[in-house]
Design a protein around this ligand. Structure first.
Ligand SMILES: *Cc1c(COP(=O)(O)O)cnc(C)c1O
Length: 351
């Protein structure tokens, strides 16, 4: 089989050799006893980098979001989420199952924003009336995966912060790819995180670590997440094996995301030239490219299959759109190769 150009996800990134060395050399302890020095160091560096009091290592982004929602929201309350978010679509309804929390899905704008007016409607006019379940949290996803890796503008985050303050509810940010947003806006990640009470970031996406996420927030909040992590089965013993590559991810892998963004733009511009591809190049802000197939012969299904047979791996990700994600290990030459595969596929089969 031909070697694949793997563009299905930035989760296919393998740990770097520096990460493998860091795993070998990691000083370990039992993290359920709070005695793994490498985990402590990662949590301290993450908190500092994101401008928050404290951080906690989690096994996955899904558990990081779940524990955060459970820490913020009383049972029987509502969490305001975008209807295209990972939390609402891909996390198995955990907040409802484990937390007794109602999801209140809000239409997602094409750029990943939730309109303040749509959120406003969730708050009852008479909150003291016992009929109503009350909203207890606003969740934002930034960058927004299913809306094409779009980055929420800081001015919008400021508006949401002011609205949340007015309503006296906290804001949680699913920042699985927060550093992609920071690179795209050319600001420190803390400049984005400051608008949210809690943020979850994934080490295992473009940052290339094999496993892990972090939640950051106040000391008190992280203390609650700590208990919930144990309850959900996420207390890990020699977790320094995970934290060590995570430290390399935070220290060495954030700036290089700019390369992935440049490659994504190169891919998008190239695709836009190919008849049979429908794409909005101006929507590409980070490492995610969405496009459609409108072709006399190919549907997205046959396209995805044929592309794979020719060495290009992409996948459908909602509403018949195909997603391609750039990441470390994908070079500019791979993008050009991918484009020539697509060109050939769509051209040869035109009637
Ligand atoms: C990947 C991802 C998650 C979940 O992370 P896992 O580690 O796969 O559980 C959450 N939110 C967003 C936006 C993601 O892209």
């Amino acid at each position: 089989m031909k070697p694949l150009i793997e563009l299905r996800s930035d989760t296919f990134t393998l740990p770097t050799s520096q990460m493998m060395d860091a795993i070998q050399e990691a000083v370990l302890g039992d993290d359920v006893y709070g005695e793994d020095p490498t985990v402590r160091q990662l949590e301290q560096e993450a908190a500092q980098k994101l401008g928050k009091e404290a951080a906690i290592l989690m096994p996955s982004g899904t558990m990081a979001n779940l524990a955060s929602l459970m820490a913020h929201c009383p049972r029987g309350s509502k969490v305001i989420v975008g209807n295209e978010t990972d939390i609402y679509i891909y996390e198995a309804g955990g907040a409802a199952v484990c937390g007794g929390i109602m999801y209140e899905p809000i239409p997602t704008q094409p750029d990943g924003r939730l309109d303040i007016a749509d959120m406003e409607r969730v708050f009852p006019l008479e909150p003291e009336d016992p009929q109503f379940a009350l909203p207890s949290l606003i969740c934002l996803e930034n960058p927004h995966n299913r809306m094409g890796g779009r980055v929420l503008p800081l001015s919008y985050l400021e508006e949401v912060r002011a609205f949340a303050n007015e309503k006296a509810v906290p804001v949680h940010m699913d920042g699985a790819r927060l550093f992609n947003a920071a690179v795209a806006l050319d600001v420190n990640a803390a400049e984005i995180a400051r608008y949210a009470d809690s943020v979850q970031i994934c080490l295992s996406k473009g940052l290339s670590a094999p496993i892990g996420s972090l939640v950051v927030g106040t000391e008190d909040f992280i203390q609650k997440v700590y208990r919930l992590r144990k309850m959900l089965g996420g207390g890990m013993r020699q977790a320094g094996l995970i934290a060590a590559p995570g430290l390399v991810a935070l220290q060495q892998m954030t700036e290089r995301l700019a390369v992935d963004h440049a490659n994504a733009l190169r891919l998008a511009r190239g695709l836009a030239e190919i008849p049979g591809i429908v794409i909005q190049v101006e929507d590409v802000e980070t490492n995610i490219v969405f496009f459609r197939i409108e072709h006399p012969v190919h549907t997205w299904q046959t396209f995805v299959e044929a592309a794979q047979a020719h060495g290009l791996h992409v996948a459908e990700l909602g509403h018949g759109r195909i997603r391609a994600v750039t990441h470390s290990g994908i070079e500019t030459a791979d993008i050009d190769k991918a484009l020539s595969i697509v060109r050939e596929l769509l051209q040869f089969q035109t009637v």
